[in-house]
Design a protein around this ligand. Structure first.
Ligand code: HEM
Length: 448
């Protein structure tokens, strides 16, 4: 087998800056497409210091997500800030074991019980940040909301000063993920590393409190994710998760759910402001639900199952603008794909858009059309990959679905909104960030 076509560019640097510039200008899809047009479906380049092969399409996605010769590859700073014992950095049997323990908590049957709590957090958010306002900036609010919802439901971290301190430190940790991982004073990474130590010690405090509460039988074993992980024991009654593993996975879940969910929520609010037909259809569906309820009665799991159209809109937003642009894997040994050799130690880059905007799979791909998801079975496997696929398929997708649907219910039934700014673009950092964070003018419906 021969190496794929394309140039590796200048050693180490290669095409990294061109790619990052394209991301920032929201042209990364075009940047990749230009390479495909020039070099064909499988090609090589250098990204972030390592020779990389870009592949796309259904077969390529299946290969990326399911081959056990490909390992999860993250920026070096991630392991330095979080550690190496979390789901994202584990592979093979270790990955299966940890995922097998965490997943039951995030399954619909369990999440069902938390819809009421989600409803409470979301109503509270709207009361505090939307109710009496004429203008709000969506992106920062969606981050606050997502953080609060995850803190409360997943980690049992209730509102108060501690939660605020946690959020502040957590944001510094995130800044370090894409920074150069050199720990010298006054650098972004240094500040991030210090914040990471604070976050870790706050999580350890939480673990100790929850362990005590469990021993005193003050909480149920499924109260939240931390309590669940503490409650799980092996056959010899030994704890299956060490304290360090719990800390790292709490950090990972927070990181993995934070920018992704808040960016999807922001993009949905933006879409509903600019597409009146979709807005009308979402509103109709949500008003039906309001009609079936007494006022102040919280949203239930049953209500969520009726929000089919609203969820299709979310899927279509995810198809056209996936919050996770793509990701990297690293080869464990020499492997072959599409007739080409990918040597050991090289990276493989998958990019969601390249398949999700393929007209042979999604005809007229730039058209926003939620009908595409009416019959989910008609969407070919590994062609809609906004949540990834295979053994690493996003474990938080159901959680995200509940947050999105409950929030959309209260926003469309309670408010109307318009974009404040004519400029309506976004950049990628790597998550989509709308211009100025998407300021909108809002009006409370009962006051209309
Ligand atoms: C709209 C929201 C979300 C999107 C678009 C999204 C997208 C993704 C994608 C594409 C992957 C796969 C990455 C890869 O294979 O390289 C992934 C993995 C992951 N997601 Fe999500 N995610 C979302 C929300 C969440 C939430 C709310 C949580 C936590 C509750 C979460 C936790 C995770 C974790 C822990 C992984 C790693 C799984 C593993 O390696 O086994 N995500 N997500």
């Amino acid at each position: 087998c021969r190496l794929p076509p394309g140039s590796l560019g200048i050693p180490v640097i290669g095409q990294t800056f061109g790619f990052l510039r394209a991301m920032k200008a929201n042209r990364a899809e075009k940047w990749l497409q230009d390479r495909v047009d020039k070099n064909g479906a499988v090609s090589k380049l250098t990204l972030f210091g390592i020779p990389t092969v870009i592949i796309h399409g259904q077969a390529a996605n299946k290969f990326t997500f399911t081959s056990d010769t490909l390992l999860s590859e993250q920026p070096k700073s991630f392991a330095k800030l979080v550690g190496k014992r979390n789901l994202l950095l584990l592979n093979g049997e270790d990955h299966r074991r940890v995922r097998g323990v965490i997943m039951p908590f995030l399954k619909p049957e369990v999440l069902k019980q938390y819809v009421g709590k989600m409803d409470g957090e979301i109503r509270n958010h709207i009361d505090v940040y939307w109710q009496s306002k004429q203008e709000v900036t969506v992106m920062p609010l969606m981050k606050i909301l997502t953080f609060n919802v995850m803190s409360s439901l997943l980690f049992g971290l209730e509102p108060g000063a501690r939660r605020e301190t946690f959020l502040e430190s957590f944001q510094y940790v995130l800044e370090g993920i894409l920074a150069i991982p050199v720990n010298i004073p006054f650098t972004v990474f240094h500040r991030s590393k210090q914040a990471s130590s604070r976050v870790k010690s706050m999580i350890i405090d939480l673990i100790h409190e929850k362990r005590l509460a469990l021993e005193k039988k003050e909480v149920l074993p499924h109260q939240d994710l931390i309590t669940s992980l503490l409650s799980i024991h092996g056959e010899g009654n030994e704890a299956l998760f060490s304290e360090q593993e719990i800390v790292e996975n709490v950090m990972l879940f927070m990181m993995a759910g934070y920018d992704t969910s808040s960016s999807l929520l922001t993009l949905m609010i933006r879409l509903l402001a600019i597409d009146p037909a979709v807005h009308a259809a979402v509103l109709e569906e949500q008003e039906e639900i309001t009609k079936s309820k007494r006022s102040e009665e919280p949203i239930t799991w049953e209500d969520l199952t009726k929000m089919k159209y609203t969820w299709r809109v979310a899927l279509e937003v995810l198809r056209i603008t996936p919050p996770v642009f793509g990701g990297m894997r690293k080869t464990l040994k020499d492997i072959e794909f599409g007739g080409y050799l990918i040597p050991k130690g090289w990276q493989v880059l998958w990019a969601a858009n390249m398949t999700q905007m393929d007209e042979s799979i999604f005809p007229d791909p730039s058209k926003f059309d939620p009908k595409r998801f009416e019959n989910q079975a008609s969407v070919p496997p590994y062609s809609f990959v906004a949540f990834g696929g295979g053994p690493r398929l996003c474990p938080g997708n159901e959680f995200a679905r509940i947050e999105i649907l409950v929030l959309m219910h209260y926003l469309v039934t309670g408010f109307t909104w318009k974009l404040s700014d004519k400029v309506n673009n976004f950049t990628r950092n790597p998550f989509p960030v709308p211009t100025k964070g998407l300021p909108i003018r809002i009006q409370r419906k009962s006051l209309l």
